[in-house]
Write a protein that binds this ligand. Structure first.
Ligand SMILES: [Zn+2]
Length: 133
């Protein structure tokens, strides 16, 4: 384990560390952010970068918080993940390189993408005083 990983252990919970640094996956339907419907912004649990708007969140039924687009494509990085029999596109925070989840091609319009994100890799910041419209 590198010194850098030790730093991560100081600021992440064990669940966050397992997902974000060891590419784990949280159990479906366990994240309170799954049912988060307030207006606001979802930020990286590792570094606080703003990743997704509540306006891009939708109920995919998968059991993980799902979004059809990031706030800015440059804030995310991707790699191809061959952990399962078929390749998947892995998604991480471009700022801190923390693993977030995967992106699939079965999302809703307008992008047709489904960013399937581990809730423990996100923090939600509600936008006070504004309706989600
Ligand atoms: Zn980050």
């Amino acid at each position: 384990m590198s010194e850098h990983d030790q730093d991560w252990k100081l600021c992440l919970t064990p669940d966050q560390f397992r997902v974000m640094r060891e590419h784990g996956t949280e159990a479906p339907f366990t994240s309170p952010l799954n049912d988060e419907k307030r207006a606001g912004v979802f930020v990286c649990a590792g570094c606080g970068s703003e990743l997704f708007s509540s306006q891009a969140k939708y109920d995919s039924g998968s059991g993980w918080p799902s979004f059809f687009q990031p706030l800015d494509e440059k804030i995310l990085g991707t790699t191809t993940d061959f952990k399962l029999l078929y390749p998947r596109v892995e998604v991480h925070c471009a700022t801190c390189r923390g693993h977030l989840g995967h992106v699939f091609n079965d999302g809703p319009p307008p992008t047709g993408l489904r960013y399937c994100i581990n809730g423990v890799a996100l923090r939600f910041l509600p936008r006070d005083g504004l309706a989600n419209d």
